[in-house]
Design a protein around this ligand. Sequence first.
Ligand code: ADP
Ligand code: MG
Length: 260
Amino acid sequence: MYPDPIAAGPALPEPHPGHRPGVPTMVKLEGVSRRYQVGESEVYALRDVDLEVDQGEFVVVLGPSGSGKSTLLNIIGALDTPTGGRAVVAGREITGIGKGELFGFRRDVVSFIFQTFNLFPTLTALENVQCGAEISGSAKEARRRAIDVLEQVGLSERLHHYPSELSGGEQQRVAIARALATGNPLLVADEPTGDLDFRTGVQILQLLREQAEAGRTVLVVTHNREISRVADRVVELSSGRVASDGPPPGGQAAIRDLHW
Ligand code: ADP
Ligand code: MG
């Protein structure tokens, strides 16, 4: 009789928190560090971070200011490069990615949403979103898609408004629509509710959560512990390291139960 290869082999790695069997991995970081040289001393924005995120997960990255949250997102979105370890996103090795591949990665894989919305002030809501859509399609098709996603985020009545004519929450919804218009499977949002009041912030979270329910992978960074309660999974950073990783303590909260 042959020994059972599974029983006899080395212990299988623990699946990461939240992993559902058969769901592909969207993000895989292995021992990722980001070091800065500041004068004579070295500062680690991230130190030896391991992280796996599956397709369709809604993950909140929580931590105080300076804990490395933006650095983590920027590495996952290939805006920054690790000084150690490796990062694989949507099956692409992005650690030493070349310029040509980088263009394809940004066009096809990841879309960013920022705290300050980053809309073009001289373009209307529709034109801002159409820009996102045009990256991967004809102008006509892009316009149709832009109108479609603006409707999804509840802005059909604001297509021809300029950012200065929209509230903060509406501007953030335009930014989300722009990210959705690309059709990219990975959305990363850096403090997307940071500049918004409570009610508006909740609407934005709801919208992001729906995107995960629709099968996109969504990573949201915040320093607000209350926000983290709505996640499937909370990755807590402390001084550039993963301090904890798992479902929110006390279980996942409904968005209507948040207070902040
Ligand atoms: P967070 O988004 O959680 O506030 P960041 O990822 O922006 O944190 O920064 C993490 C740490 O890295 C901070 O201590 C910050 O001072 C440091 N850091 C970020 N960018 C630089 C830089 N360009 N040079 C030196 N240190 C930096
Ligand atoms: Mg930050």
